[in-house]
Design a protein around this ligand. Sequence first.
Ligand code: GDP
Length: 416
Amino acid sequence: MNRIIGRREAVVEDKPGVTRDRVTYEAEWAGRRFKVVDTGGWEQDVLGIDASVAAQAEYAIDAADAVVFVVDAKVGATDTDEAVVRLLRKAGKPVVLCANKVDGPSGEADAAYLWSLGLGEPHPVSALHGRGTGDMLDQVLEVLPEAPAQTFGTAVGGPRRVALIGRPNVGKSSLLNKVAGEERVVVNELAGTTRDPVDEMIELGGKTWKFVDTAGIRKRVHLQQGADYYASLRTAAAVEKAEVAVVLIDAAESISVQDQRIVTMAVEAGRALVLAFNKWDTLDEERRYYLEREIETELGQVAWAPRVNVSARTGRHMEKLVPAIETALEGWETRVPTGRLNAFLGELVAAHPHPVRGGKQPRILFGTQAGTRPPRFVLFASGFIEAGYRRFIERRLREEFGFEGTPIHISVRVRE
Ligand code: GDP
């Protein structure tokens, strides 16, 4: 992982099963950018190889456009490796076979043995010394599709993709059953589209929505070791595939760090966001009071997200879910014309100039919205713009243009 992402920050010291926030990393090779889903840090648990390997690999493969399968060339193919190979065959995604620990020419013969796996040419690599990693990455780029198969951002038409996420027991499967049960579940495939078997088409509010990765919600695999890590991998995979994330939070319990992590995951992935507070039927007045305070302090950074208070048990406010999702998607796709943006920025900068620093006053000269889904702005400035001022601009942008339910990115370029 460190070799691919080109940093030392990854995971070499982690113990298997330790919760990690991050399971995807940005990487770049030969001018192409891609994301690497980390499935490291695993250990076979008491349930046996098949259960743990299958569960781990299933989600990782599902989230990916291509798979780098790493085998210890010194050890050779193990039963576990064979089990993964069977999964890879079934999945049908492109695979690059990486024969690791080939630290010198004498190890090449070990690598050659891995032809026996039937995955094509083994690429000898030494992650430790960096040997061969460039060739392997060239191969990865070769098999990687030009655009992600499960496009986020670029796909047009088709049902909108929703990820229903949240920590265990908040009521995800209850909610899904409620919405899928009361309304018709669309079983037939739309013409010309292939449907991922773990996604579910659900008709809600007169439209069809694709709830991604629902198999993971329904199957409820519980692994002892690495259960947290496994849950975050699954969440990351679902978020990756979705356009909008509905984060379900148990309103009866205190908002936890885990809830916040899940929210952060969706925001960092640049997805539209809806917060749904579930189990509303169990709340008394006191809890409602404290919940509001908690939301302010613990989820203040996403105060822009539309919020619904629901009960999967009673069906309370289920009908508010779709409008909230639609609002968030609308914010996510909003484009501000350059003229309007600059009129706004001009007034803003005149009324609230950046503080003077070292005798200089950096100024925002002009800006443009470089993209949507989520909205991205590039501002050109005459000097370094402080974080506080950037936050101020973001706040004012939201006040002026809405952007309800969407993160927005602002980057500043300094013009000399
Ligand atoms: P998941 O792990 O997020 O899929 O959560 P589940 O859907 O399995 O729900 C966990 C528990 O919370 C179950 O016992 C549900 O019956 C209960 N539950 C889910 N939604 C509600 C709700 O709206 N109200 C109440 N009172 N209980 C709920």
